[in-house]
Design a protein around this ligand. Structure first.
Ligand code: ASP
Length: 348
C-alpha cells in the first residue's frame, strides 16, 4: 500500500472506532421491573413475568447510544434469589467483560435483594468495566412505571467512562450508589435506595451522569475473591435480636451446621445475654460469629459492651447484616482464621 493510502485507511479506521457504539449487555433476572398486574392502579402484581426483549423494547432510546444485547439469566422475584442464580450471573458477567464481548453490563433485578447481589458481584467479578444494577418499585403495567427511565439511566451509567473502576453500582430514581453501601430502606417508595453510611456517589438525570465520590474499599479486580475459583458457598445464618430474646434460633443454627452466624444485635451489636452464651459455645465448636447491628447505620465496634476477646466474636465494621453475610460466606471459602476474616471486614 502506498503511504498516502495507508494514512487515509488509518484515519478511516480511527473515525469508525471513535464513533462505534459501545456494546452493553442487559442481563435480566426478574423483579418488579419485569413484573405486571392486571391494571394500571392494581397494587397486586407478579414479579418476573416480562422477558428481557420486552424490557428492552420499552426503551427504544437506548439503541441510539449503545449496541444493546439482552439475555435472560432468570425471571424471579428477588426474594427467591439463590446461590445458583448468583453463580450463573457472576460467571456470565465475568465472561462478557473479560472476553471483551461487552463494554459494560446492566443487570435488571428485583429490589428486595438487589443490595446482596450487588455486593456479591462487587466482590467476585474481575473487571474494571461498568457493572450497573437497576430495578423498579412499580411494575411494568403500573401508572408511572419507573422501570423504563431507570433502564435508560442505567445504560447511560454503563456507557459513562467514569463508571469504570467504581465496582458494581446500583442506579434507581436518578441516583447512583456503590454496591457496598447501598440498601433498600422503604418497602414501596421509589426513593427506597440509600447509602446510610456514605451517601450516594452520583446522580443520573435523564441520562446525564455526574459523579461526586468513589468507593474506596476493595472490589472487583482488587478484591480477595474470584468467581472462577469459587464452586459453592457455606451456610451462614443471620440471627435477629430483640428484647426478652431467647437462644433457640442460635442453637438451631449451630445444630443444623451453620459455618458462620451474623448476629444482628441491638444497638452496637448487642445480643441478649443468653444468646451471647450460646453464640460463644458455637465459636468453641468452630462456628465463626460476626456481631452486627439491627440499627441500619453506623459501625459495630469490637469489645464495645460485649467481650469479643473472651467469646472469640468478630465485628462487621459498618456492613449491614445481609451484606456481612455475603462477605462472611466468601471469607469462609478461603479461611477459618478469625484474624484474617476480621481483616476482610476492615478492607472489603
Ligand atoms: N419483590 C420484588 C423483587 O425483589 C420487589 C421489587 O423488585 O421491587 O423482586
Amino acid at each position: 500500500m502506498r503511504f498516502i493510502t495507508k494514512v487515509v485507511f488509518f484515519m478511516f479506521v480511527s473515525v469508525v472506532v471513535a464513533f462505534a457504539k459501545p456494546t452493553i449487555y442487559i442481563l435480566a433476572t426478574g423483579g418488579t421491573i419485569a413484573g405486571s398486574g392486571s391494571g394500571a392502579l392494581d397494587t397486586s402484581y407478579t414479579s418476573g413475568t416480562v422477558t428481557v426483549d420486552k424490557l428492552i423494547a420499552a426503551v427504544p432510546e437506548i439503541n441510539k447510544i449503545a449496541t444493546i444485547k439482552g439475555e435472560q439469566i432468570s425471571n424471579i422475584g428477588s426474594q427467591e434469589m439463590n446461590n445458583e442464580v448468583w453463580f450463573k450471573l457472576a460467571n456470565r458477567v465475568n465472561e462478557l467483560l473479560t472476553s471483551g464481548k461487552a463494554d459494560g453490563v446492566v443487570i435488571t433485578h428485583g429490589t428486595d435483594t438487589m443490595e446482596e447481589t450487588a455486593y456479591f458481584l462487587n466482590l467476585v467479578v474481575k473487571s474494571d468495566k461498568p457493572i450497573v444494577m437497576v430495578g423498579a418499585m412499580r411494575s411494568s403495567s403500573s401508572l408511572s412505571a419507573d422501570g423504563p427511565l431507570n433502564i435508560f439511566n442505567a445504560v447511560n451509567v454503563a456507557i459513562n467512562k467514569e463508571t469504570a473502576g467504581k465496582g458494581v453500582v446500583v442506579t434507581m430514581n436518578d441516583e447512583i450508589h456503590a454496591a457496598r453501601e447501598v440498601t433498600k430502606t422503604n418497602t414501596t417508595g421509589v426513593e427506597t435506595f440509600k447509602s446510610p453510611n456514605a451517601g450516594k456517589i452520583g446522580t443520573v438525570f435523564y441520562g446525564n451522569v455526574k459523579y461526586y465520590m468513589s468507593p474506596v474499599r476493595k472490589h472487583t479486580v482488587n478484591s480477595a475473591f474470584d468467581i472462577t475459583k469459587i464452586k459453592e458457598l457455606p451456610r451462614v445464618d443471620i440471627i435477629y435480636s430483640h428484647s426478652n430474646d431467647n437462644p433457640d434460633f442460635a442453637n438451631i443454627a449451630i445444630k443444623n451446621g451453620a459455618k458462620g452466624i451474623i448476629s444482628a444485635g441491638m444497638g452496637n451489636g448487642n445480643p441478649f445475654p443468653t444468646v451471647i452464651e450460646v453464640l460463644g459455645e458455637g465459636v468453641k465448636k468452630g462456628v465463626v460469629v460476626v456481631r452486627d447491628s439491627r440499627v441500619g447505620s453506623g459501625e459495630t465496634t469490637l469489645n464495645g459492651e460485649v467481650d469479643d476477646t473472651k467469646y472469640g466474636f468478630l465485628a462487621s465494621d459498618n456492613l449491614n447484616a445481609q451484606k456481612a453475610r455475603v462477605l462472611l460466606m466468601l471469607a469462609l471459602t478461603q479461611t477459618n482464621d478469625k484474624a484474617k476474616i476480621q481483616e476482610f471486614f476492615y478492607t472489603h
